[in-house]
Ligand binder design. Structure first.
Ligand code: 5GP
Length: 184
């Protein structure tokens, strides 16, 4: 059992995440069946999307290749800027392939917009996004994940892959830290 005394509140429980990830997997399966995709390339965005990725892919029912990208957004603090830098690029050639990006959260939308532009230029057959969380109140660019788990309020959350100072990714739920832990 994990010690979670640093959590002020749970926004999305483990049970809610499990149920919604299964629903999202069903939506993804239905979509790619409909478009007749015989293979999918799933690109997980390191490191926040890893927990969603491993849960999601085990419920997908088409042949898929797993790939990863790591990107960093310029600018400090807890808000991303309009620029992203590719720290690790995908290994697969995505030209003519169906590609699903798996992201942890869409916040301002800057990261996703840059990523979509970058990958679209490689001419995939299709490019879709699956994200666990969405913070619509903070959006700066008009963009939305094709498969989205939960809308959450404007709070900085941790857990299920999301970190603060690289900690808390292992929590099975999405929660908000007690203020004193954000100050650390
Ligand atoms: P955007 O470019 O949409 O503003 O931000 C996207 C990235 O910022 C996410 O992939 C995530 O890494 C980080 N981020 C945004 N909101 C949160 C949050 O509430 N908690 C954590 N841990 N990361 C966040």
């Amino acid at each position: 059992m994990k010690n979670t005394e640093y959590i002020a509140k749970v926004l999305v429980s483990e049970e809610q995440i499990k149920a919604r990830v299964s629903e999202m997997a069903a939506e993804v399966n239905a979509h790619y069946r409909e478009v007749g995709a015989d293979e999918l390339i799933v690109i997980g965005i390191l490191r926040g999307a890893v927990v969603l990725l491993v849960d999601l892919i085990r419920e997908l029912d088409m042949p898929l290749k797993l790939d990863f990208m790591a990107i960093s957004s310029y600018g400090g603090g807890t808000t991303s800027s309009g620029n992203v830098r590719v720290l690790k690029d995908a290994a697969e050639d995505i030209r003519g392939k169906h590609v699903l990006i798996v992201e942890d959260i869409v916040d301002t939308g800057n990261t996703l917009q840059c990523l979509l532009q970058l990958l679209q230029a490689r001419e995939p057959a299709s490019l879709k996004v699956c994200a666990l969380l969405d913070k619509p109140a903070r959006r700066k660019v008009d963009i939305k994940a094709d498969f989205s788990g939960f809308d959450i309020p404007d709070e900085f959350v941790v857990g299920y892959g999301l970190d603060f100072n690289s900690l808390y990714r292992d929590l099975p739920f999405i929660g908000v830290l007690k203020p004193e832990y954000y100050a650390k």
